[in-house]
Structure formats: C-alpha cells, structure tokens
Design a protein around this ligand. Structure first.
Ligand code: B1M
Length: 206
C-alpha cells in the first residue's frame, strides 16, 4: 500500500485497502501502516527532487478519496454515543496541511467529543477568539512544517495573555512535533497519531 500510494496508483491503493479491511486490518492500521508511510515516501521523493507540488497534491487527493470511500464508513460504524467534551482544533498559521488534523478531528468525533474545526492557517488571535466563543475543554493544534510548528508557542502565549490558558488543556501534534517540543512550549500534551490523540484527550478531560 505504501508503494502504491508513493507511485500515485489510486486503483491499486483502492484494491489493497479493500483487501486489508476484508482481511481484518483495522482502519487505524490501514492508515498508520499503509497510507501514512505512503505519504511519507511521497514527501521523501519531493525532498529528493523526484516529485514536485502536483504529486504532493495528487497524493493528498488519493488519501482523501480512500478515506471517504473505505475508512470513514467503517469508522463511523464504531461511533460512541457518550459525550466526552469539546475540542477546538486547527492547523496553525502559515500551514495548510490538513489531512492529519482532519483525521484527528474525525477520530475525536467518533469517540464522543464535540469538535470545532477552525480549518487551516489559523492565527493565534483566531484560536483565542474561538476559546472565548466556544469555551472548549481542549485546544488542539496541528503543524506539518518545521517553520510553522513554532506558531504553537505563539498560540499558547496568546492564550496566556488573554487570561485563558488555565481554562483549557492544550494538545499538539503533527509530523515534526515531538513530546520534548510540546513540553518546551508549555503544551499539556502531545500525540503521535490520531488514535493516541483520542486516548490523550480522554485523559485530559478526566
Ligand atoms: Co507538504 N510538506 N508542503 N504538502 N507535505 C511535507 C509536510 C514535507 C515533510 C514533505 C517533505 O519535504 N518531505 C515538507 C515539510 C518539510 C519541513 O518542514 N521540514 C513539506 C513541504 C516543504 C511543503 C511546502 C512548503 C512545499 C512547497 O510549497 N514548496 C508546502 C507548504 C504549504 C503550507 O502549508 N504553507 C506544502 C504543501 C503541501 C500540499 C498542499 C501539496 C499537500 C497537503 C494537502 C493537505 O493537507 N490538504 C502536502 C502534502 C500531502 C505533504 C506530505 C507528502 C503528506 C502530509 C500528510 O498528509 N501525511 C508531507 C510528507 C510527510 O508527511 N512526511 C509533506 C499523512 C497524514 C495522515 O499524516 O499529517 O503527519 P500527518 O498526521 C498524523 C500525525 O502527524 C498526527 O496524527 C495524524 C494521523 O496519524 N497529527 C496529530 C497530526 N496533527 C495532529 C494533531 C494532534 C495530534 C496528532 O493534536 C491536536
């Protein structure tokens, strides 16, 4: 699946996804062991100059299509009814990567969280405004660029300056983000992937 996605071969990704699900792989395994490594490989090819922006965009389209066709229908069947809390989530300023953030939002909704998705390229001011407006339990930030992950610190600072930092828990994630970085900027939590994000958010609202 990784190879098929890296080759941008949508019909093969389709058939391998179907096969994996039929053979009992969980949607999470399909994403984390097949699709996400495929996207990483596309990224490596981009770094090596073998792929360009159009290939990155095609990989994102294939990923989203497979999610819509196969993964989401299975995931939504697993929906839990119990309300767990409210999360405001967004990709930070300067960053338009949203696939990982969307996946985290979907998994949180399925687990019973109410999710307010602010979208991409979200400024610290917009995060602050949303915390005032929605009074969430948790603020979630995603970043995929080593440059934009630094915006996470600005959001936390802006929340502090607005006197709202103690009213919410902050969770951060995204490919370049680490637990050490999360600690350094004063976030409450970090998650490596969407499933871990759900487990961590459950802990944060306890
Ligand atoms: Co971009 N891009 N991209 N890109 N892109 C990366 C991130 C890159 C690593 C590729 C590479 O060079 N190897 C590289 C960043 C390098 C760096 O900063 N060190 C890069 C670059 C350079 C760029 C541009 C600058 C390229 C250019 O214009 N020259 C540009 C930047 C645009 C911008 O944001 N301002 C750009 C643009 C794009 C597209 C728009 C074409 C497209 C995104 C489309 C979209 O998102 N709608 C794109 C893509 C597709 C990628 C790669 C190939 C794939 C990203 C992805 O969707 N992965 C990516 C390579 C890579 O990831 N290694 C790359 C799949 C997804 C499921 O994983 O997002 O990691 P991920 O999410 C995971 C976890 O990280 C975690 O859970 C998710 C699910 O498991 N997670 C959280 C994410 N958010 C979380 C939040 C949480 C908790 C967990 O709590 C709140």
């Amino acid at each position: 699946m990784k190879g098929a996605l890296a080759e941008l071969d949508e019909s093969r990704v389709d058939s391998l996804t179907t096969k994996a699900l039929e053979q009992g792989c969980s949607p999470h395994e399909v994403v984390e062991r097949g699709l996400r490594p495929g996207m990483q490989e596309v990224g490596f090819r981009f770094e090596r100059g073998e792929y360009f922006l159009p290939e990155l965009m095609i990989s994102a389209e294939i990923f989203n299509a497979v999610m819509q066709r196969y993964i989401l229908p299975v995931l939504t069947k697993e929906q839990s009814g119990e309300y767990k809390g409210r999360v405001v989530i967004g990709t930070v300023r300067g960053d338009i990567h949203d696939i990982g953030k969307n996946l985290v939002a979907v998994m949180l909704r399925i687990d019973g969280f109410e999710v307010i998705d602010l979208g991409v390229d979200v400024s610290p001011e917009r995060f602050v405004e949303a915390v005032r407006e929605y009074r969430p339990d948790i603020v979630g930030m995603s970043a995929l660029l080593t440059t934009t992950m630094l915006e996470m610190r600005n959001v936390i600072e802006a929340l502090r300056a607005a006197g709202l930092r103690d009213s919410v828990k902050v969770i951060v994630g995204g490919a370049p983000v680490t637990l050490e970085f999360a600690r350094e900027i004063g976030a409450d939590a970090y998650a490596r992937d969407a499933v871990e994000a759900v487990t961590v958010c459950r802990e944060l609202v306890k």
